[in-house]
Ligand binder design. Structure first.
Ligand code: FE2
Ligand code: FE2
Length: 211
C-alpha cells in the first residue's frame, strides 16, 4: 500500500482530532473529577441524541465542550460576557459562575473554531436552558443534570427514565428538580431558569392535550 493510500485510509478524522485536543485542554484546565463529569455528559448526550434521532456528532461535541469555562474566575467570566455584549441579569452579577455556560460557547467558538450555531447554543444553554431551545440544547441540558456521575437516587432514576421517553417533559421535571435544590440550598434563582421551566411545562402540557 502506498503512503498516500495509507493516509487516505487511516488519515486523522477531524472529529477525533478535535475530541483529543479538547480532552487535552480540559485536562489542563479543569479537575479530574470534572473531566469525568464531562465525559459522562458526552456519553449521555450521545445516548439521548440516538433516541431522538438527532445529530450524534453535534451532541457529542456539545457535551464534551459544555463546561470549558467551568473554572474561569468570576472576573474573567464577567469581562468575557460584557465584551460579547451578553445581557446580564442582576443574578449574574452576584453569581458570575452562572455565566460559565454562555462563556463556554465563546471559548468553543474562539479557541476551538466551532462554528455550528446549534452546538454553540447547546453549550450556552446547558445550565439555565432557554425558552424555545432546540432539541439538541434540551439533550445537553438533561445530560448535564442526569449523567451517571450525578448520583443514583430515586428521583434521578425517574428523571433518567423520563429523559428517554419524552424530551420536553423531562426538561420541565429536571428544571423543577434543580429549582427545588436551589430553594433548599437557599440560593438565588436565575429568571432564565424559571422562563425555561414555564416554557417546557406549557409545551409538555400542550403536547399531552393534543395526543
Ligand atoms: Fe456547567
Ligand atoms: Fe456540567
Amino acid at each position: 500500500m502506498s503512503d498516500f493510500a495509507t493516509i487516505v485510509e487511516f488519515g486523522a478524522n477531524p472529529a477525533t482530532e478535535l475530541r483529543e485536543r479538547t480532552i487535552a485542554w480540559l485536562q489542563e484546565n479543569v479537575s479530574e473529577h470534572r473531566v469525568q463529569h464531562i465525559l459522562g455528559v458526552e456519553a449521555t448526550s450521545v445516548e439521548l441524541a440516538q433516541i431522538y434521532g438527532l445529530d450524534v456528532e453535534k451532541a457529542a461535541l456539545a457535551g464534551l465542550m459544555h463546561d470549558l469555562a467551568k473554572y474561569f474566575k468570576p472576573q474573567k467570566l464577567l469581562e468575557m460576557a460584557k465584551a460579547e455584549g451578553l445581557e446580564l441579569d442582576p443574578v449574574d452579577l452576584v453569581n458570575p459562575h452562572l455565566l460559565h455556560a454562555d462563556v463556554g460557547a465563546i471559548v468553543a467558538r474562539d479557541d476551538f473554531q466551532v462554528t455550528d450555531h446549534e452546538v454553540l447554543m447547546a453549550i450556552a444553554d446547558h445550565t439555565l436552558g432557554r425558552p424555545g431551545m432546540s432539541a439538541l440544547s434540551c439533550v445537553v441540558f438533561l445530560a448535564d443534570s442526569l449523567e451517571p456521575g450525578r448520583g443514583d437516587d430515586q428521583i434521578l432514576q425517574d428523571l433518567r427514565q423520563h429523559s428517554r421517553q419524552n424530551l420536553i417533559t423531562a426538561v420541565w421535571h429536571t428544571c423543577d428538580y434543580g429549582l427545588q435544590h436551589l430553594i433548599t440550598a437557599r440560593k438565588q434563582i436565575h429568571p432564565r431558569t424559571i422562563r425555561t421551566r414555564n416554557w417546557a411545562m406549557s409545551e409538555s402540557l400542550k403536547a399531552a392535550a393534543s395526543s
